[in-house]
Unconditional design. Structure first.
Length: 211
């Protein structure tokens, strides 16, 4: 359908106002909410994610595409409940305690939302207990930990241990990422998955939930 292709292409170009208008037009034309979401908004963000992974677009393009997607979602979200559209899963994300970096975390959040996840953003400098509490309160299936400093990487282990102490480790999948983080470190601390970049993180999250 042409209007869905237009939503996707305008989103990729970061045309937030036009995306918002097209989503409203699609609703007015009785296009199913799920189709607008999947074939319009998520399709466009998925293409941006793939291009970002291949170094065809960079952080500024991802940011403006995500802003366009959010504008479209503002129009669409009120119709989700009546259309039976549910998020693919709920994720909580944060930069671990002692670390104030958030660009990588924000990119992962955008890519996750671009895959249809609902994301609870806990911000930066997040203590281990806050991840445990947020996961329980919001029913998060995945917990994403970011660290940009070698000195804050041990805080990731503390988060894993906090879930073990709370008796809820088996209820969540813990993902880790950030410049100094590696697959080996992920295995050492008992986390479930490591992602090298934001687009890979979103794909891994889907895989962890069997999607």
């Amino acid at each position: 359908m042409q209007i869905l292709a237009d939503i996707s292409s305008k989103l990729q170009a970061g045309k937030a106002k036009e995306v918002q208008e097209l989503v409203q037009q699609a609703l007015d034309q009785q296009v199913p909410v799920r189709d607008i979401l999947e074939q319009g908004l998520l399709d466009g963000m998925g293409i941006i994610g793939a291009k970002f992974k291949n170094d065809e677009v960079f952080v500024p393009e991802v940011l403006i595409a995500a802003r366009a997607m959010n504008r479209g979602m503002e129009v669409l979200k009120p119709y989700f409940a009546e259309s039976g559209v549910e998020a693919r899963g709920r994720v909580c994300i944060g930069t671990v305690q002692g670390d104030l970096h958030d660009i990588g975390k924000n990119l992962v959040k955008m890519m996750m939302e671009g895959k249809g996840f609902e994301v609870i953003d806990l911000g930066t400098d997040v203590p281990a207990e806050a991840f445990v509490k947020a996961a329980a309160e919001h029913g998060c299936a995945i917990v994403c930990l970011s660290a940009l400093l070698t000195t804050t990487m041990p805080a990731m282990r503390q988060v894993v241990e906090a879930f073990e102490a709370a008796g809820t480790r088996d209820q969540v999948k813990i993902m880790v990422g950030g410049a100094p983080v590696t697959d080996e470190f992920c295995a050492q601390i008992g986390a479930d998955a490591y992602a090298a970049d934001a687009a890979s993180a979103a794909d891994k999250a889907l895989a962890l939930l069997g999607g």
